[in-house]
Write a protein that binds this ligand. Structure first.
Ligand code: CA
Length: 366
């Protein structure tokens, strides 16, 4: 009992010490100055999950900073179009952006690694690699020439393979399909005989309704229900091999970030970290109810991609990643870091996550 009390007292003393040094730092940082920032996004304004993440981030920053840093959030097209977010923040038109790194794959091929690698890391592993496995440092090195500092800004968890009006029973059924599927998954789909096309979220419904595209992947039940894809497609395929744990990004203009006092920089960093975890929590909580609504109320036909298709896509994905890695030394370092992390994680997850999922399913009669 005495030891516990002594330990508690130590903790209180340590935390008090911490508090007083923070107060000193704030005092040095001119606490009266306020900052007004613009945050541009690739999502429709207030879109569930993805679009609300930057709104909540901005509210948190405003509350934590007692109004010293105010961030106004713009939906896609309000200040700049979805696919101009990167350039707008790089050039300082807006101080911040929220989107997905693979949207900039045309400009920086290796950016795709920081959203998702097909058959690669899941959400838990992406977060672990980014924050404890050297991933974030590599991402910052990749964006440094563009005057940008990236942070992980959300994760949806394993996605769905997408919406189709044709059954996929073999690789032959992919041939000639025009599908909205970005990033490395898109490259794999094209090599598999389909054709990947880039569309922002807000453009998918119309593109599919008009027959401009045949199929589309977006996120998962919660977000796909919000866009109403069940009205224009019959089959909903899983698993989301193309995006097993995609990370969204918060990007900040380097000069804007450096112009903030240290305490506001720390608030931005903590709020980004919270936004990243919060999105995964929300999707985990809401996906299942949305899936039940899609199937039971809207009559969506749920289908699993056949194993032979998954095996083929996985083999093509390995080639795509290898070629991407060979493009330049930084790409190689990113791919190697991710691959080594994935191998370690896979070994331990075989006896932890996987073993537990299996244990939950064991039939007592067997
Ligand atoms: Ca997706």
């Amino acid at each position: 009992m005495r030891i516990t009390l002594a330990a508690l007292l130590c903790l209180i003393l340590v935390s008090c010490g911490g508090e007083s040094s923070k107060t000193d730092a704030t005092a040095e940082a001119q606490p009266t100055q306020t900052y007004n920032w613009k945050l541009v996004t690739t999502w429709p304004k207030n879109f569930p999950g993805l679009g609300l993440a930057p709104e909540h981030f901005a509210e948190n920053v405003q509350r934590m900073s007692n109004g010293r840093l105010k961030i106004k959030v713009f939906g896609a097209g309000q200040l700049v179009p979805a696919f101009e977010v990167f350039d707008a923040v790089s050039q300082g038109t807006a101080e911040m952006g929220h989107g997905a790194a693979y949207y900039w794959q045309g400009k920086i091929p290796a950016s795709a690694f920081f959203t998702a690698v097909p058959f690669g890391l899941n959400a838990q592993e992406m977060n672990a690699w980014l924050h404890f496995g050297g991933g974030l440092e590599l991402w910052r090195e990749l964006y440094a020439p563009f005057n940008l500092v990236p942070y992980a800004g959300g994760n949806t968890g394993v996605q769905m393979a997408g919406w189709f009006n044709r059954e996929i029973n073999s690789m032959a059924d992919i041939k000639g399909l025009k599908m909205r599927i970005p990033g490395l998954g898109g490259e794999v789909f094209t090599r598999a005989g389909g054709m990947s096309v880039q569309r922002s979220g807000g453009e998918i419904y119309t593109s599919m309704q008009t027959g401009e595209i045949d199929a589309a992947e977006w996120v998962g039940p919660y977000n796909d229900l919000a866009f109403g894809f069940h009205q224009i497609a019959k089959y909903y395929y899983y698993p989301g091999w193309q995006e097993p744990g995609p990370t969204l990004e918060l990007i900040i203009n380097k000069q804007a970030l450096e112009s903030l006092p240290a305490d506001l920089q720390a608030i931005v960093e903590s709020a980004a970290r919270a936004a990243n975890q919060n999105m995964l929590d929300e999707y985990t909580a809401r996906n299942n109810a949305a899936l039940i609504e899609l199937v039971e109320t809207h009559g969506v036909e749920l289908r699993k991609l056949p194993d032979e298709v998954l095996v083929e896509l996985r083999s093509i994905a390995a080639q795509v990643v290898e070629e991407m890695a060979a493009e330049n030394p930084l790409s190689q370092r990113i791919a190697t870091s991710m691959k080594e992390f994935a191998e370690q994680s896979k070994s331990y997850h075989a006896i932890s996550e996987e073993a537990y999922y299996n244990a939950r399913k064991i039939n007592p009669s067997n």
